[in-house]
Design a binder for this molecule. Structure first.
Ligand SMILES: [Zn+2]
Length: 72
């Protein structure tokens, strides 16, 4: 399927690609999650993802880039 629903893949207007949406820090590795409240995608650092896991969903339509225990 080539069609892809752009509406579902919009990033939050306050999201910055190389910063964590939650804490605003630049992190070596950011994860793309869905902000449940706005239903938009945001970048989060691993710490915020863990701390705020009830507010964000892992967007499983994208590959999971995390490597357990790897620190880059
Ligand atoms: Zn963060």
């Amino acid at each position: 399927m080539k069609y892809y629903d752009e509406e579902s893949y919009r990033f939050h207007k306050n999201d910055v690609a190389d910063k964590c949406f939650c804490c605003g820090q630049t992190a070596p590795r950011l994860l793309i999650l869905r902000h449940i409240e706005s239903n938009m995608l945001v970048h989060l650092c691993p710490e915020c993802m863990v701390d705020n896991s009830s507010d964000y969903l892992l967007d499983n339509t994208r590959p999971w880039l995390g490597g357990r225990g790897t620190c880059k």
